[in-house]
Design a protein around this ligand. Structure first.
Ligand code: PGA
Length: 249
């Protein structure tokens, strides 16, 4: 199987004021020597132009946390994929479970956003993940299969697309699946991408997300089929984010 470069993406969610910019500077400084792993930071929209300036000339990419499906228009409060691209972003997260849960985003909406990301020349980071009730009911693999089928548009069948497997019950809780559970889901995702997209699908990176911390990153990142991490809370501190990146490198 083709070796895929690992990617560690930090999702700051609704955290960070301008006073957090030194953390970004610290990440840029600390990332020297981490050439074997791709890094991205997805700050809140308000900080993005400033974070983008700090990242300029560094190997660390800028990403958005969400985008609208349309390129522009009367959509108060929304940000389009074209706007992220205009800012120099390379990635945009779509379908994060918090968007699905708190903004009632369906798989169809997520697919439209992922298609918008592709249209704008960005790599979508398409998130999927089961709830605790679904895991307890033994439905994890079928839930993930359905989300993949419906949330990934045909346009995203290309090597630079990224999938993030994030069990909803692991996000922000300090709980993580067992390594065997992570491997089972990542292998299933890999098979689904291969079946649907062939060679391009085999190049799509599948990140694990949900309570990735410096002390569990090395184990999680060594699981077969795990191509990196989508990191929430631990991405807010440069030292933690860099330690996770180091665990990948
Ligand atoms: P967490 O969040 O690392 O804080 O669990 C992960 C995510 O939501 O992407």
């Amino acid at each position: 199987m083709a070796e895929r470069r690992k990617l560690v993406a930090g999702n700051w969610k609704m955290n960070g004021l301008r006073s957090a910019l030194p953390e970004v500077q610290a990440i840029v400084a600390g990332a020297r020597g981490l050439g074997q792993v791709d890094l991205a930071i997805c700050p809140p929209s308000t900080l993005s132009p400033m974070v983008g300036e700090v990242l300029l000339g560094s190997p660390i990419a800028l990403g958005g946390q969400d985008c609208h499906a349309s390129a522009n228009g009367a959509f108060t409060g929304d940000v389009s994929a074209e706007m992220w691209a205009d800012l120099g972003a390379r990635f945009v997260i779509v379908g994060h479970s918090e968007r699905r849960q708190y903004h009632a985003e369906t798989d169809a909406i997520v697919a439209a956003k992922a298609a918008a990301a592709c249209r704008a020349g960005l790599s979508p980071i398409i998130c999927v993940g089961e709830s605790l009730a679904e895991r307890d009911a033994g439905d994890t693999l079928s839930v993930i299969a359905g989300q993949l089928a419906r949330s990934i548009p045909d346009e995203a069948g290309r090597p630079d697309t990224v999938i993030a497997y994030e069990p909803v019950w692991a996000i922000g809780t300090g709980r993580t699946p067992t390594l065997a559970q992570v491997e089972e889901v990542h292998q299933a995702i890999g098979r689904a991408l291969d079946a649907r997209f062939g060679a391009a699908g085999r190049q799509i990176r599948v990140l694990y997300g949900g309570s990735v911390k410096p002390d569990n990153a090395a184990q999680l990142m060594a699981v077969p089929g795990v191509d990196g991490a989508l990191v929430g809370g631990a991405s807010l501190k440069a030292a933690d984010f860099l330690a996770i990146a180091q665990a990948c490198a």
